[in-house]
Design a binder for this molecule. Sequence first.
Ligand code: HEC
Length: 162
Amino acid sequence: MFVRRMYFVNCLLPFVFIGFLISGVFWSSAAERDPLQPRVPLTLLDEVKTITNPIHSTQENIQRGKELFEGIAICSQCHGVGGKGDGAVAVNRGLDPSPRDFTNVEFHKARTDGELFWVINNGSPGTAMPKMTGPGMINEEQAWYVITYIRTFPQREGETMP
Ligand code: HEC
């Protein structure tokens, strides 16, 4: 009996423990909802798609967008400083669906600037993505700077953030 118990503790317990670790990882990471499906209601989609970003993608404007994204606009708390959708709030609250992974180049191809702007102005209903513009939050011009920055995430993949 004693020998048997020792066998369990020495040989099997580590596997049980590893099993817990692995399942813990799966439980805690929620998936993104299909990032290629439009979030703008279909009745508005054609019109929203045509809205263009008034901010030019210069190094200076990208930098300003980055400062907002990581600073007062608080986007990085959910989307992560690296834009992968793994910010502290997303991880701690187990947000499901998880915030958008901005390093996904297919997502960028599927969306116009106008669609990103609409979601920042209205939120994504049924998810934790809130309306981010308005009193006490960023204004529309600041939202455009943030979009200019968001668009640069795919080309930063694998690079050290400045
Ligand atoms: C409280 C957490 C939270 C904060 C703060 C937040 N987001 Fe999100 N965001 C989400 C989640 C969750 C989603 C995924 C929604 C979905 O799948 O429809 C998302 C999705 C998005 C999308 C993708 C929309 C699309 O068309 O698929 C954009 C763009 C976006 N967020 C921009 C921002 C910006 C810019 C900020 C800061 C101004 C911000 N978010 C702040 C949680 C957050």
